[in-house]
Design a protein around this ligand. Structure first.
Ligand SMILES: NC(=O)c1ccc[n+]([C@@H]2O[C@H](COP(=O)([O-])OP(=O)(O)OC[C@H]3O[C@@H](n4cnc5c(N)ncnc54)[C@H](O)[C@@H]3O)[C@@H](O)[C@H]2O)c1
Length: 352
């Protein structure tokens, strides 16, 4: 199968590229390497991958990428609210305009399957258990761009096969390591300082291992295509933030939780997620427990495979700040992006 990974030189994409090429698929990665880390695609991606340096907001580049492929997978963009809040216009271009422009290109090229990477963050705050039929409750720019991208991409594809993957928070080792998501950050801090800072910690958060995401993607691409949305993770991997800290403390010897009294009010996300639909479609997937990712990241930090874990190269927020300051990335305000920004500005967030 010929597969293009848009944004495939990142944390998830590099793991997916290895997995998919290992299964014999022809993989092309299009990525602008937007973070100021001097990323070297030859180091990050398997030799069998074709790498194209490009901007995922460029309709011509997207048309070239979509031509002659069986599947377009969109996993580019800004991840998480802090990065999106740095520059809302840029977040809308990367997380909303780009997936929509890619869907337009895929549709024009007759691509059979489009996969959009979304996030369980779309559920925001919910007292009970959320599933794919729960009305999204987007709490910030990141979740709003994801919700709107899901809706508009479905409209653009108009019945063509679309899969939306709403991922749990990802942990574990990748060639392009990120240490800014909750479990990876706690693990890196535990190894580097012996302490695991924790504020409050009652918020619930589902987790999934990075290799399991690649496995789900591969299975989905090989299954008959159809319109579907999946939460990606496992019912067993729903945690509170305090429980995540507890797993890290038990797994990394000689560390202790430094508990502050206050809840972290900067992130109100709080939900338990059902992954029953995914488990029914692909039995046995996402079985890697949190402790496995903690061990991997702890070993990489302790063994100096990763440099100083505080470096901006492992943190998308710090990396993006640097890239904005250095002028490596900015909102371009092209005609296409302006058209789609207007959708976002006038979006109706009521249930539909
Ligand atoms: N990592 C997680 O915990 C997590 C959780 C839920 C959802 N997701 C979603 O999964 C996807 C991948 O996440 P990730 O952790 O691999 O992110 P990442 O930041 O590691 O990778 C994103 C890649 O996209 C590229 N990119 C962004 N905008 C671009 C543009 N305009 N042109 C060219 N390249 C561009 C970046 O250079 C980067 O390599 C995202 O859609 C994210 O929202 C991730």
């Amino acid at each position: 199968m010929r597969i293009v990974l848009l944004g495939g030189a990142g944390y998830l994409g590099t793991v997916a590229a290895r997995h998919l090429t290992g299964l014999g698929h022809h993989v092309t990665v299009v990525d602008g390497l937007i973070y100021s880390r001097g990323d070297d695609p030859a180091r990050l991606l398997p030799a069998a991958t074709t790498f194209v340096h490009g901007d995922l907001r460029d309709p011509a580049a997207l048309r070239r990428a979509a031509t002659g492929v069986d599947a377009v997978v969109h996993l580019g963009g800004l991840v998480g609210e802090p990065a999106c809040a740095l520059d809302e216009r840029l977040a809308v271009e990367l997380n909303y305009a780009s997936p929509v422009l890619a869907a337009e290109a895929a549709r024009a090229a007759g691509v059979e399957h489009y996969v959009l990477f979304s996030s369980c963050s779309v559920y925001g705050h919910h007292a009970g258990t959320v599933d794919e039929d729960t009305t999204p409750n987007p709490l910030g720019i990141y979740a709003r761009t994801k919700v709107l991208a899901e809706r508009t991409v479905a409209d653009v594809l108009d019945g063509r096969a679309l899969s939306v993957l709403r991922l749990a928070t990802v942990h574990g080792r990748s060639p392009r390591q990120r240490l800014d998501s909750v479990a990876n950050r706690m693990t890196a801090q535990a190894v580097a300082t012996g302490r695991i800072p924790l504020n409050g910690g009652a918020q619930r958060r589902p987790l999934v291992h990075v290799a399991d995401v690649a496995d789900v993607l591969a299975r989905l691409l090989s299954a008959p295509a159809g319109d579907r949305t999946f939460n990606v993770g496992s019912d067993r991997e729903n945690y509170t933030i305090a429980q995540i800290a507890g797993v890290v403390e038990q797994t990394v010897p000689g560390t202790r939780i430094d508990a502050g009294p206050e809840r972290d009010e900067s992130d109100a996300r709080d939900y338990t997620t059902s992954f029953a639909r995914l488990a029914a479609a692909f039995p046995g997937v996402c079985s890697t427990p949190l402790v496995h990712g903690v061990r991997e990241v702890a070993a990489a930090v302790a063994g100096k495979e990763l440099d100083d874990p505080d470096l901006p190269e492992y943190d998308n927020l710090a990396g993006l700040r640097n890239s904005l300051t250095e002028g490596r990335i900015r909102a371009i305000g092209s005609g296409e992006c302006a058209r789609l920004h207007s959708d976002y500005a006038h979006a109706d967030w009521s249930p539909r």
